[in-house]
Design a protein around this ligand. Sequence first.
Ligand code: ASP
Length: 600
Amino acid sequence: MIRPPRANSYRDSWAGELDAGRADGPARVSGWVHRRRDHGGLIFIDLRERSGIVQLVFNPESAPQAHAEAHKLRSEDVVSAAGTVRRRAPENVNPNLPTGEIELAVTDLEILADAETPPFPVDEDGAVDENLRLRHRSLDLRRAPMQEALALRHQVIQTIRRGLDERDFLEIETPFLTRSTPEGARDFLVPARIAPGSFYALPQSPQLFKQLLMIGGFERYYQIVRCFRDEDARADRLPEFTQLDVEMAFVEEEDVLETSEAVINAVFTSADFDVPAPSWPRMTHAEAVSRFGSDRPDTRFGLELVDLDDAVRDTEFKVFSGALAAGGAIRGINAGARELPRSELDALTEMAKQYGAKGLVWAFVQEDGADEPWRSPIAKFLTGAEIAAITQALGGGPGDVLLIVADQPATTNQVLGALRLELARKFDLVPEGAHDIRWIVQFPMFTYKPDEQRWDAEHHPFTAPATADGRPATAADLDDPAPLLSRSYDLVLDGNEIGGGSIRNHRTDVQSRVFDLIGINQEEAQARFGFLLDALKYGAPPHGGIAFGVDRIVALLAGRDNIREVIAFPKSTSGADPLTGAPAPVDDIQLREIGLRLRS
Ligand code: ASP
């Protein structure tokens, strides 16, 4: 229900709200011509605006002038029509339309604007080339799927605001023209006219500002905020995207998780999205990676990764023994009893290679009593005992397809994690309507970058480290970085990371030591983050927070696999905007003002 519009010269009622209660009374509505049908003298128009659709009927006998006008109407013309609401004859009632019991018998029609023939039909949801849709976005936005998606998005955002307001959070804005905020992506730069040769960076997140707000005494902050990361666009990633950004002071992990669960669960409930009620289960990063090959595991189906090192510990098969000798891991999944022709096995092998593996071992477990226990190109290199041990470890029965990767542990897990998802997609392994939500916790604090011979922060460098036994780490603990965990957490829905955050470093000594370790020396730290380090000196409360991907959450709730479907004006996959033509060249005068000269 929408509140009635203020009556004016265009309308006094919403088209989609007219019903039998208004029968025999007058009404004036406005909207777009959705569809037109001529029936032996009578003309029917489906009139559409955001509230819905109502049928207009034009009778040549009782309203000849309006009828003559209606003859001119074409799809997407904009009209205002007045007349009498009439009950439809029982055989004409349309049960699929909320206004299906009535129609408006029009006596007065005004054409407010003509429309040219649209480049694609607005009255159908059928597939249309995405670039064409983006180029004519105002037409595309009129279509039902976009109307529904943006209404849902609004509802999600209102639910978030209500939830956080009830918990005494303040909504505070932070700057867009700022300095680099390290979230691991490339910055968008904005040349500064006031200082030619210098640049603002658009924020990758409000991370540093929200920490300053905590130090500034604003205890509970949130913002629904655009963030910018200059990376290649994908279906689930765009160069600009919207986050729900949250920060709290005097908190531990539990406080952030509990607030997040309350707010995000309210969002799910408001959208009738059926996930288990909080509190949501937690899984350690180590368990997620070892069982599902991913730090955002989709746990709605099996095909879990199994360790095969022990099964082939003494093998003479070079691929396995070589991997083990190089500190690698041999792991596999049992893909179940499936038809997988050679071409599809080749495709899976190709995929494994794209994810960094040298190859993929496959084996079909044969019937008991068959000549060979396996049908596999590598069967001849393994002993009977090894084959039996692998089959047993993977719980293989006749007909099952076993997929095995031997590589560095990270590669092995990543490849099998990806294959698992591909098999689930191919064989429809996720049960209809099943949803799973869980926290991933206890991430490693640092990962080592052998090429650069340095450690890097797994979340971001403002995250507080913890010791392996879960105690907040001190600066001295950072002398041995490898075993440290981080006080961070990710929220994963159906294999998608929908949020992530951490408890932060509120002490300068720990923060400086983290910078040190990741190769940011004091001078550089002062130059890049001096404003934060300074602020930390004057009494920073313990604090922590989280950010959620609003576009992704709405897309998941709407059942769309592409976040562009829930954004009014998204960039295309190339990162460009087919609507405005951005990015676009600028003229010489503008370049001169900002002190730039193009190289070609
Ligand atoms: N700033 C982080 C991000 O944008 C979230 C957080 O740590 O709160 O991913």
